[in-house]
Design a binder for this molecule. Structure first.
Ligand code: ADP
Ligand code: MG
Length: 241
């Protein structure tokens, strides 16, 4: 699937999400922001602020109750579930705190599973997987099983799996949450390098200190955007120009 160019990679407009219950929980209350190609953004907020709900909505794993979500220019609401699952693998590369690797598969095959929905043959899949592992500095660990890898190496495999489809966005949920701080810093350096090379990256975190190391922060609280550092910067630019 080719992606429209010149549109924001991600655009949320007045997104609400309500979970049914008595009373219902309003997890998102009018969230709007956009992410352009090549950006690296932290979505940061305390526990209960709506981060996981946002992750699910951005990641097209859940639909908003109302509002507009566009990923890679595609209107998520207009897609049926089958089209959405097909689109998801090309639009979004997920990286999770818990890595979510298949324990019985080598690093190479874990990464190659990222291409299962692309209709490419096994040889081509493995070649692309090897290239992705090279990009994350794991060319020497291709035939290791997850249990034979360190935490940082496992997360690199997961990042390679996210990269292998060349997705519109890499969406990382607390990617350093299971790592010691030094290894976590190395993973963030890896993300920075990928971003320098053109990848659009969204990191969801509760860690404000980590968020501050990224070029842009979107701060959420009680289901709404409390502060978006890019808007502050835009304003500053307007004032000084
Ligand atoms: P965070 O990830 O920032 O901790 P969440 O998105 O998980 O925040 O939760 C936001 C709010 O929505 C919280 O008040 C939470 O209790 C509520 N919530 C999350 N998931 C559900 C659900 N499936 N059903 C009902 N309420 C939920
Ligand atoms: Mg959460």
């Amino acid at each position: 699937m080719t992606r429209p160019s010149g549109v924001p990679v991600l655009e949320l407009t007045d997104v609400f999400k309500e979970y049914p219950g008595r009373p219902p929980v309003r997890a998102l209350e009018g969230v709007s922001f956009r992410v352009d190609e090549g950006e690296m953004v932290a979505i940061v907020g305390p526990s209960g602020s709506g981060k996981s709900t946002l992750l699910n909505v951005i990641g097209t794993l859940d639909r908003p109750s109302s509002g507009d979500v566009r990923v890679g220019g595609y209107d998520i609401a207009s897609m049926n579930d089958r089209r959405l699952s097909a689109a998801r693998s090309t639009l979004i590369g997920f990286v999770f705190q818990q890595f979510h690797l298949v324990p019985t598969l080598t690093a190479l095959d874990n990464v190659a599973t990222g291409l299962l929905y692309r209709g490419v043959g096994p040889t081509e899949r493995r070649f692309a997987a090897y290239e992705a592992l090279l990009r994350v500095g794991l060319g020497h660990r291709v035939s290791h099983l997850p249990k034979e890898l360190s935490g940082g190496e496992r997360q690199r495999v997961a990042i390679a799996r996210a990269l292998v489809n060349d997705p519109a966005i890499i969406l990382a949920d607390e990617p350093t949450g299971n790592l010691d701080s030094r290894t976590g810093d190395q993973i963030m350096d890896l993300f920075r390098g990928l971003n320098d090379a053109g990848a659009t990256i969204v990191v969801i975190t509760h860690d404000r200190e980590l968020a501050e190391t990224l070029p842009r922060q979107v701060r959420v609280r009680d289901g709404h955007v409390e502060h978006d550092s890019s808007l502050k910067n835009n304003h500053a630019l307007e004032v000084t120009s």
